[in-house]
Design a protein around this ligand. Sequence first.
Ligand SMILES: [Mn+2]
Length: 244
Amino acid sequence: MRIYIVSDFHLKFKEKQEDTERRLRILEFLSSLENQADMLILNGDIFDLWYAWNSVIIRGYFPILKKLSELQEKGTRLVMTAGNHDFWFKDFLKNEIGMEIYPKSFIEELDGNKIFVNHGDWFTANDWRYKLFRSLIRNKLVMKFFELLHPDIALGIGKMLSRSSRDRKMPPTLKRRKEEGLVKFAQKALEKYDIVVLGHSHSPKLEKFENGIYVNSGDWIEHNSYIKITDGKLELLEYKTKEK
Ligand SMILES: [Mn+2]
């Protein structure tokens, strides 16, 4: 079985030039998986901001949704876990695209490996301010309020909130501490699993421990990194765009 795992595309519903370039790279990569991937795991922060109303979807995501739908129709099993930018799923992706949605972790035994997949934002060290923010934005009443707003207005507010939770301006020491939290969590989880996959840090990483492998799928802002597991053999790779 061929399994691909990615995270942190951070696709925008309103694009600047760099966002468009990133989306085109991602679409090209996803096209290359057609008739290749038995399974694709999207491990959070695929959308920089996701929200689904009962009768409205976000127009800017049409290209990626179309591509994912094509993959699904060609036989790729699609799995998605929640990130800190995309977690309020409702039933659109499940019912219309045929994705399996996991609000927390995806855990399964595949080709003899017990695999644990989680975006990882909950496991970064000492980030109480973020944890408070996270429980606030995941609050049902807050989400209900968003649903009542006109989509253009709700997305405008969401964009502001997601910008304030962006890692870009994070000082290196805090970034390092965050990554350490992930490794520490993974090390403990490897007592129960053979492979622990996280994302969120935007730094691709593969670390072999005594009882298993910790791997971070990196991001598509800087690294275009992805994980490929072929019949149980794991690789951390970088996607190279085709020469134009
Ligand atoms: Mn994240």
